[in-house]
Ligand binder design. Structure first.
Ligand code: GLN
Length: 331
């Protein structure tokens, strides 16, 4: 059932929406050729450049999926919002916010510049690598597997199964990521790391290498849209205060240095990763006209051909188009 369409014939509405989304996906798929797949990790370089898929899951189970829907891909930077959530749940908000700020940088995700240029040299936000590494270092546990256990439990609750780490992605990330090591040493010198540097990096590389599907991303988005409550049982999975911060961070910093444009032209909280995934949150909204998913939905997108900022080239265009057609914007 599709939400927000109570006055229309449900089956027809669902078919119309599906047809529309199918057409939009075929249209924007042509634009994947303008992007490039990430090449710095072999697993990412091997991705199908022309793939484009979307999954939209509404609060009462209405689902629309189109394009490349079965592929598994590594979650990459989308994990940063999840480890932030876990750190807040384990350590409390003020503990986390004392160590990582919530300001957008306008710089690339792996930029080191702001760390040097500001006082105190606190990482700007949990979605740039310096902040994400700091967050990984404060997760509870002595080993990387222990540190990621709460994340896996949270993911299992949301997506219904325990996802796996893509070992090939993890190993190549570990063996190539010199810049992350440099950021790590910098954080170590400044006293931000709460665990051994090696364990912190291992935790970060592993969290980025978790395999997911667009349905998984849509389910995560839906729980955030539902203020942290399970959409079926209304049981609390993530505290409301934490989801509020997470969504604010996604809106202001979630799309790297294209976050401002995304907020202006799409207008919903979202987080992207270099594998071409995007997890987006559409909160419930009040509109005079009938629009799909008025009670809120989660959206997962996969399109590995990236733009210059490292976001899915066609994925952003597709989201922008749907947001305009269905008036999804918060504003
Ligand atoms: N593996 C990534 C890194 O280089 C995550 C990057 C991303 O998705 N932007 O840190």
């Amino acid at each position: 059932m599709v939400q927000g369409s109570a006055n229309l014939n449900m089956e027809l509405t669902e078919k119309w929406l599906q047809d529309y989304v199918d057409n939009w996906v075929s249209f924007f798929k042509k634009q994947t050729v303008e992007g490039e797949v990430a090449s710095y990790i072999p697993v990412l370089a091997a991705a199908d450049r022309e793939a484009l898929g979307i999954s939209i899951i509404g609060k009462n189970g209405g689902t629309i999926k189109s394009g490349t829907i079965e592929s598994k891909f590594t979650i990459q930077s989308i994990s940063k919002i999840l480890t932030f959530i876990v750190a807040c749940m384990e350590r409390g908000l003020s503990y986390v916010l004392n160590r990582v700020d919530v300001e957008p940088t306008g710089e690339a995700f792996n930029s080191i510049m702001h760390l040097e240029m500001t006082q105190p040299k606190k990482p700007f936000n949990p979605l740039v690598n310096s902040g994400a590494l700091t967050i990984s270092s404060m997760l509870e546990g002595n080993t990387s597997d222990q540190k990621l256990e709460t994340l896996f439990i949270l993911l299992e609750k949301i997506i219904g199964y325990r996802p796996e780490i893509n070992v090939e992605a993890y190993e190549s990330e570990r063996d190539t990521s010199m810049r992350n090591r440099a950021i790590g040493y910098y954080l170590l010198e400044e006293g931000y790391l709460e665990s051994d540097l090696g364990i912190t990096l291992e935790t970060y590389f592993k969290q980025c290498s978790i395999d997911v599907t667009i349905d998984d991303l849509a389910r995560i988005g839906l729980v955030l849209s539902n203020d942290g409550l399970d959409p079926d049982t209304e049981e609390e999975i993530i505290p409301r205060k934490v989801t509020r911060l997470a969504k604010a961070l996604m809106l202001t910093c979630g799309m790297y240095d294209a976050s401002g444009k995304f907020a202006a032209y799409v207008g919903i909280p979202a987080k992207s990763g270099v594998s071409g995934g995007i997890m987006a949150v559409v909160p419930p909204r009040v509109r005079e006209e009938e629009f799909p998913f008025l009670e809120g939905c989660g959206i997962g997108v996969y399109g590995p051909a990236l733009d210059n900022q490292g976001n899915s080239m066609a994925g952003i265009k597709l989201l922008r188009h749907i947001a305009n057609q269905w008036d999804l914007s918060l504003f």
